[in-house]
Design a protein around this ligand. Sequence first.
Ligand code: FES
Length: 213
Amino acid sequence: MTNQPQGDVGGSWQQALATRRTQLAGGATLPSAAAARRLPDITRRRFILLNFWAGLGTMLAGSVGVLIDFLYPRGVTGFGGPVPAGKVTDLVKGGSPKEFPIGQFFLVNLDPAETRPGGSGGGEGILALWRKCPHLGCSVPWRPGFNYNDDNGWYRCPCHGSTYTKAGVRVFGPAPRSMDTMAVEIDAAGNIVVQTGQRTPGGPENPQRATKV
Ligand code: FES
């Protein structure tokens, strides 16, 4: 072991630090501490502002996501979604309409042979009618004993008297159109599902919208 003179220690280390370089491949060197200090600094104020806006943006995005998730309809049952409505064989051809309160509709099996004024209007097959009156929204009942135009059996609105045939075609009253119809699906086994969210404004062609079975 060699003894180094005490007077040389400080000077040697200062010289070594002043000339120190970190060697990289190809002889390149890292920027010195002085060069690093010349890079733009983020001020404390700017840092706080950035954090504030980032937090606010995250919170708003989260709120919008939760709202969309809450409003998005999924698994809708009852009115507004698909409603099972029994089998085709449950509905007598030319018989009275059958009401499904859970789906707010009537289902009827139209018989083109029923040519009376309040009858099928020439339609044939299964037709779903929204029971909501197109005038001001009252529920329209089927009234088999109601007589109009010397004929029994009509939908008759209790509010202002709008009257409709078995196929929902308006024949009397202030309603602006016929009863609205709903999409009907029938599988190979004869099971009926009414898509209560798929409604079409009623019209004189309601009888032709029936699904033949
Ligand atoms: S609500 Fe049906 S006729 Fe007015």
